[in-house]
Ligand binder design. Structure first.
Ligand SMILES: Nc1ncnc2c1ncn2[C@@H]1O[C@H](COP(=O)(O)OP(=O)(O)O)[C@@H](O)[C@H]1O
Ligand SMILES: O=P(O)(O)OC[C@H](O)CO
Length: 499
């Protein structure tokens, strides 16, 4: 029996998942690592923690399954996207903590670039917006603020990478400085149409192109691990950013297919096929996957707070002890009250992009309590998804909320386990929501990419047929109530922005 080892390096933990020849999960290991918040709005990871938890969970999962590295045909990597690492080519030492995707420290750089009129040029090339979310301005900040960094970068002594790149460099003993097209597409430095680093944007941000990794297909040769790492060299044959890997794991291979992942945040990707669609509604254009040199594009909506609102009920308000307790609370809530929670704890993402907006609660009465708050928290995830899907459908077919007429929404991620939330989601978008039998879709996407290259797993068509449904949620709410509730949400978001 041969296995594929999938590495899922996420924002709060690293996971290693072993898939067998039938693409079934054999073993899982997971390890959390510290988050660093040096200032308000700043989020950092120690790159050494990312590497040690990845190496540690990989070794653990091999041991747990009672196999050896000889049984592992290939490694697939999927990762938190945009997070930026810069390290010394000679010593391998990072010059600073990694700056995490959530970090807002480059807001001023982005505002200045926007004021100078660069938004259109950047969007046209990268599909992205001038927002601190993406890697480019984080890299510029590091070169501007770490002593001696720019001179060393110009001398060719420093390397840049998103997390995949850094992990590959470490795993291969510094022999491979590469990334894949989906991760490159999140840097703000990559021309997604031409398929190469944009010299114009690198010049604008004063970033030497010699620092940038070589960009490969998602299913390709990324290097082989050092012999001493797992006892035998293993080839790394698949790489994709985590939301793209989930799109692959959900087998969203046809234009019009749509997935939404509910973890800490929520990321919805709509496959738009061979042509990049430029959003008129402030969504992102990105690469869904690239196989055999051909990119497939997607429209993406990114929400920064989804499951995190449940974490806030648990850790901030101490209203619940476990995320699943929100369901009985929401069921018990008084249906006559319309409490609306706007969870803009770290600003609003797509389609609003209001970094300075903060959260708000509307419609409280003397009778409002934990049940109404829990319901409002879960509902906020549905409303935010509706915002994204309305924008997507406008970009894609020119109609608002044509979801009901199109392919259903495929969901995954920790919060998709909440039946109540998934039913409300279906009600408020007025379309079916499909939850797959395997919720490990992100890791499965990475495993499939590697297994495809290794000759272990089937092609796209056969892989699509393996996708299995666990449950479909269909709309139960009347159209009238749906409209009234959604309009109340829109008023609440407007009011929160004006505060
Ligand atoms: N039964 C549930 N009901 C509501 N929220 C849940 C439930 N189970 C998990 N969550 C939420 O899902 C998130 C975890 O999902 P996960 O996919 O592991 O996230 P990430 O990869 O971002 O760490 C947490 O924010 C948690 O609050
Ligand atoms: O690590 P996750 O699952 O929170 O995903 C983070 C996204 O890739 C950020 O763009």
């Amino acid at each position: 029996m041969k296995y594929i080892l999938a590495i899922d390096q996420g924002t709060t933990s690293s996971r290693a998942i072993l898939f067998d020849e039938a693409l079934q999960v054999s073993a899982i290991a997971q390890e959390e690592f510290p988050q660093h918040y040096p200032q308000s709005g700043w989020v950092e990871h120690d790159a050494a923690d990312l590497w040690s938890t990845v190496a540690g969970t990989c070794r653990a999962v091999i041991e747990r399954a009672g196999i050896t590295a000889t049984d592992v045909a290939a490694i697939g990597i999927t990762n938190q996207r945009e997070t930026t690492v810069v390290w010394d080519r000679n010593t391998g030492q990072p010059i600073h903590n990694a700056i995490v995707w959530q970090d807002r420290r480059t807001a001023a750089i982005c505002n200045a670039l926007r004021d100078e009129g660069h938004q259109d040029m950047v969007s046209e090339r990268t599909g992205l917006l001038l927002d601190p979310y993406f890697s480019g301005t984080k890299l510029k900040w590091l070169l501007d603020n770490v002593e001696g960094a720019r001179a060393k970068a110009k001398a060719g002594e420093l390397l840049f990478g998103t997390v995949d790149s850094y992990l590959i460099w470490k795993a291969t003993g510094g022999t491979s400085h590469v990334t894949d097209a989906t991760n490159a597409a999140r840097t703000l430095l990559y021309d997604i149409r031409k398929g190469r680093w944009s010299r114009t944007i690198c010049d604008l941000l004063d970033i030497p192109t010699s620092m940038l990794p070589e960009v490969r297909d998602c299913s390709a040769d990324f290097g082989v691990t050092r012999d001493d790492l797992f006892g035998r060299a293993i080839p790394i044959l698949g790489v994709a950013g985590d939301q793209q890997a989930a799109t692959i794991g959900q087998a969203c291979f046809q234009p019009g297919m749509l997935k939404s992942t509910y973890g800490t945040g929520c990321f919805a990707l709509l496959n738009t096929g061979a042509t990049p669609v430029r959003s008129k509604n402030r969504l992102l254009t990105t690469i869904a996957y690239q196989l055999d040199g051909t990119p497939t594009y997607a429209l993406e909506g990114s929400i920064f707070v989804a499951g995190a609102v449940v974490q806030w009920l648990r850790d901030g308000l101490k209203m619940i002890r476990h995320a699943a307790e929100t369901q009985p609370l929401a069921e018990a809530a008084d249906a006559g009250q319309n409490v609306v929670l706007v969870p803009a704890f770290t600003g609003l993402g797509a389609p609003y992009w209001k970094a300075e907006c903060r959260g708000a609660i509307f419609g409280l009465s003397r009778n409002s309590g934990p049940a109404e708050l829990a319901r409002a928290a879960l509902e906020s995830v549905g409303y935010q998804t509706r915002d994204l899907l309305d924008a997507m459908h406008l970009d894609w077919s020119g109609e608002t909320n044509s979801g009901a007429k199109e392919a259903t929404l495929r969901v995954d991620g920790g919060m998709s386990a909440s039946d109540w939330t998934m039913q409300f989601l279906s009600d408020i978008i007025g379309a079916s929501v499909d939850r797959p039998a395997t919720l490990e879709t992100t890791a499965m996407g990475a495993a499939w990419l590697a297994g495809l290259r290794a000759g272990l797993y089937p092609d796209q068509a056969s892989f699509s047929e393996m996708w299995a449904l666990e449950r479909t949620f269909t709309p139960q709410m009347s159209g009238d109530l749906r409209d009234r509730k959604y309009q109340a949400w829109r008023r609440a978001v407007d009011a929160a922005q004006k505060f």
